[in-house]
Design a protein around this ligand. Structure first.
Ligand code: ADP
Ligand code: MG
Length: 243
């Protein structure tokens, strides 16, 4: 299997606070890897190191055959292949849903006009929002806005999708629709690295679950093992608190 993400001995410090202390992790093509763990364990920092939103202190990160930790790497070329969805949706409030999904196609890929519209509409339909193309973000629920953010990322034809707690800012009744979209994306074969607190989602959708604590991977494996029958005391204690 081909690794889309290959992380070796990744370290990250903020000042003298080491928040990632030697992470090794691969994500293969078509694989869904869910990262779970307590708040402050370094999950977001790990995700942000993948597309260099944070600069690693040491170690190597390869993403779709580019070593992003090489100072000569053209990170913009790599980021084009990596979609990222955050807790906060960060849509452009003054642009329509459709334009939110075409502006980066236009500016970054040079894909314009009818072709960009066609791609955006295809992905908006995929997330169930084909009837909202002319709406503005403020007219949508949080769950709908997050689905627009997913459609916007997909419109760039990513080879990898990163999700950082995409449902944490949503009212409980809106979480399900977003998870359904993510599940469908996983079923369609998208390569996904997902930080989530949704254990049911991780259990069903993940090929592999990674449990992090204090900047290190404590345990990883099939969801039924890590969530269903954890080997490590720290994993058990975390699950006792969240399940
Ligand atoms: P998680 O996503 O698992 O909650 P984070 O990766 O956000 O954890 O944070 C891990 C640790 O790194 C925390 O102690 C946090 O305070 C610290 N941290 C994260 N980002 C920064 C930053 N930009 N500057 C300083 N410390 C940071
Ligand atoms: Mg986080």
């Amino acid at each position: 299997m081909q690794a889309v993400v290959e992380i070796r001995d990744l370290r990250k410090s903020f000042g003298d606070n080491e928040v990632l202390s030697g992470i090794d992790l691969d994500v293969h093509r078509g694989e869904v890897v869910c990262v779970i763990g307590p708040s402050g364990s370094g999950k977001s920092t790990l995700l942000r190191c993948v597309n260099l939103l944070e600069q690693p202190t040491a170690g190597t990160v390869r993403v779709v055959d580019h070593e992003v930790t090489d100072p000569d790497c053209d990170i913009d070329r790599v980021r084009r292949k990596v979609g990222m969805v955050f807790q906060q949706f960060n849509l452009f409030p003054h642009l329509s849903v459709l334009r939110n999904c075409t502006i980066a196609q236009d500016k970054v890929l040079g894909r314009k006009g009818a072709e960009a519209d066609r791609v955006a509409r295809m992905h908006l339909e995929r997330v169930g929002l084909e009837d909202k193309v002319d709406a503005f973000p403020a007219q949508l629920s949080g769950g709908q806005q997050q689905r627009v953010a997913i459609a916007r990322a997909l419109s760039m034809d990513p080879e990898l999708m990163l999700f950082d707690e995409p449902t944490s800012a949503l009212d409980p009744e809106l979480v399900g629709d977003v998870l359904t979209v993510m599940r469908r994306l996983a079923d369609d074969g998208m390569t996904m690295l997902v930080v989530t607190h949704e254990m049911a989602f991780a259990r069903e959708a993940a090929d592999r679950v990674v449990f992090m604590d204090a900047g290190a991977i404590v345990e990883e494996g099939a969801p039924e093992q890590v969530i269903g029958a954890p080997r490590e005391a720290r994993t058990r204690e975390f699950l006792r608190r969240v399940l």
